[in-house]
Design a protein around this ligand. Structure first.
Ligand SMILES: Cc1cc2nc3c(=O)[nH]c(=O)nc-3n(C[C@H](O)[C@H](O)[C@H](O)COP(=O)(O)OP(=O)(O)OC[C@H]3O[C@@H](n4cnc5c(N)ncnc54)[C@H](O)[C@@H]3O)c2cc1C
Length: 428
């Protein structure tokens, strides 16, 4: 049983043609070329030939450093697909809001199906054998993995799990190995096409909400080209929660022109469901397999940058396979180590998530926003948390190291007492 780095004529099979899967293929091909090896790289995705006709629940906001990551692998950043540059986040409480921005931190709003089509074209152009077919079963043997797809059967030396949170495929891998998929939040997402004169004046901000409603963990309104996307997430959100979200006064203030019961555009207010991972998968690697992106739960805890993380983890997994080996030990030594910033942030993300849940349920968002309006350090921390710009670990360390933390907590306590007594709110 040879579980060393991939050698000439060996085969890597990638399950999934999202950002994680396509980037696995492109990074493998680049490393093989650099090492002068001839490796067979086969990528399976049932959606690979349907182009832009399928629906993807992802909002399609590509966050930094996605352009650097793509270009590091010889993939030009697709500026032609950018519908808007996102410059700021506006965080809403029930009565207050605050605009959070950071010089140079720009994200790009795209149509996700167009981005995926572009990445599949790039994978093909880099020499990846893209097959428009779903993998239906896996069989792990000591000397290979049998990959059964709708159209063919392939002998693989190593398998990349880049299938996101697809329930069928997570089950297939879990039945064949010790892999257990991440826990996840359910999301609902829909589009609205505002009247042209409103859309022309729409700012380039993402509006973020942490409502008091215990069923909704967070919601967002994102501007795209000729429409806006509305999404929310919670443990078990349904279309009824989406309707409640549209009726939430801070959301109504922004979407005052839209009536979910009488949409002006027949495509508006069609709801789709999706999933966000909120934990790391168990055994996300083992002998002859490695998972990347959502399948591994290797995303920023609690909030986003999912596409960026999928691409980044794909490159690390490909590097491990081409330089260290395809055994559980090789992945533990190299891949796990490369992912350590994401992994170390998980406990901090869990605490942040619980604080956000408790804070919003107790109606403390307005107080936090009032305090942040007066305090630059808190404002930066909120930007970093909402935009996923820095790790929660670094944000926590920064907050705990500032001399003003005592004053900040005293201000917060004073504001809470005033709010409880119904007095006007004043900070220092
Ligand atoms: C509502 C919502 C909004 C989001 N918005 C954003 C955002 O704005 N920005 C951002 O960065 N992230 C966002 N995300 C997260 C982002 O979508 C994911 O983190 C990202 O898509 C993960 O990429 P991936 O390649 O790991 O998986 P995926 O993108 O899920 O790709 C998996 C692929 O595998 C294929 N597949 C599955 N099973 C099989 C099989 N058996 N055989 C062959 N192929 C298979 C699927 O067809 C799919 O193409 C959002 C998520 C949700 C739910």
């Amino acid at each position: 049983m040879n579980l060393g780095a991939l050698k000439d004529n060996q085969t890597a099979v990638i399950i999934g043609g999202g950002p994680g899967g396509t980037m696995c293929g492109i990074a493998l091909r680049k490393l093989a070329r650099e090492q002068g090896k001839s490796i067979n790289i086969i990528l399976f995705d049932g959606k690979a030939t349907v182009g832009e006709t399928h629906y993807n629940q992802c909002v399609g906001v590509l966050s930094p450093p996605i352009d650097e990551i793509l270009e590091s692998q010889g993939v030009p950043f697709p500026h032609h697909l950018v519908q808007r540059q996102i410059e700021a986040y506006t965080l809403h409480g029930e009565r207050r809001h605050i605009r959070l921005t950071e010089a140079g931190e720009i994200s790009f709003a795209t149509r996700r199906v167009q981005f995926d089509t572009y990445m599949l074209e790039q994978a093909r152009a880099h020499g990846v054998d893209v097959r428009a077919s779903r993998v239906t079963d896996l069989e792990f043997l000591p000397n290979r993995v049998n990959v059964y797809a709708e159209s063919s059967k392939v002998h693989a030396d190593v398998v990349f799990g880049a299938f996101g949170l697809d329930p069928g495929t997570t089950t297939i891998l879990a039945e064949a190995t010790s892999y257990r998929p991440p826990r996840f939040l359910v999301s609902m997402v829909t589009k609205i096409h505002p009247p042209a004169q409103i859309m022309a004046q729409w700012s380039n901000d993402i509006h973020a909400f942490l409502p008091r409603n215990p069923r909704i963990e967070f919601g967002a309104i994102t501007p795209k080209g000729n429409h806006i996307t509305v999404n929310l997430a919670g443990e078990a959100v349904t279309s009824a929660d989406m309707e409640a979200f549209f009726a939430y006064p801070p959301v109504r203030r922004i979407l005052h022109f839209a009536d979910p019961k009488h949409p002006e555009n027949p495509h508006d207010f069609t709801f789709y469901r999706g999933r966000f991972p909120i934990s790391v998968a168990s055994h996300f690697y083992g002998d002859r397999y490695v998972c990347v992106g959502d399948a591994a739960g290797l995303v920023r805890a609690f909030k986003g940058k999912g596409v960026t993380s999928a691409c980044q983890t794909a490159i690390w997994a490909a590097e491990t396979v081409m330089t260290e080996g395809i055994s559980r030990e090789a992945f533990a030594r190299h891949y796990r180590r490369a992912c350590r910033e994401i992994l170390q942030d998980v406990p901090y993300g869990k605490v942040m998530r619980q604080l956000a849940i408790v804070g919003s349920r107790l109606g403390l968002m307005d107080l936090l926003i009032a305090l942040a309006a007066e305090n630059n350090i808190l404002q930066h921390a909120l930007f970093d948390a909402v935009s996923a710009h820095r790790t929660y670990r670094d944000i926590t360390a920064d907050m705990l190291s500032v001399r003003e933390i005592g004053q900040l907590l005293r201000d917060f306590a004073a504001l809470s007492r005033q709010a409880a007594r119904g007095k006007p709110r004043q900070t220092r």
